[in-house]
Design a protein around this ligand. Structure first.
Ligand code: GSH
Length: 84
């Protein structure tokens, strides 16, 4: 089972940037497509305290719901990149 999960929305450019980074770092992850309706994003709200996506989970590193694509990319590069 992979440690990383990504909550994302079809066609979301911020999610695409995160996925690009995951691919560049050759990381496996489980994708969860969320509903277009914010009211139906209970899990995203529960784990991250807001309803926007992308949101990243990385169980192995104690990350249970990290929002903001730039923060997610920074975390992935710092944790799994060449300089990690
Ligand atoms: N600053 C945020 C922006 C994320 C964002 O705007 N995500 C969109 C989807 S592309 C979203 O969830 N917006 C709320 C919505 O309208 O569903 C980031 O970089 O992650």
């Amino acid at each position: 089972m992979t440690s990383i999960e990504l909550y994302e929305l079809e066609g979301c450019p911020f999610c695409a940037r995160v996925k690009e980074t995951l691919d560049e770092l050759d990381l496996e992850y489980e994708s969860h497509m969320v509903s277009r309706s914010h009211a139906d994003r209970e899990t995203v709200e529960e784990i991250s305290g807001q309803t926007g996506v992308p949101v990243l989970v990385d169980h192995d590193h104690g990350v249970e719901g990290l929002p903001e694509s730039s923060d997610i990319i920074e975390f992935l590069e710092a944790t799994y990149g060449d300089e990690a």
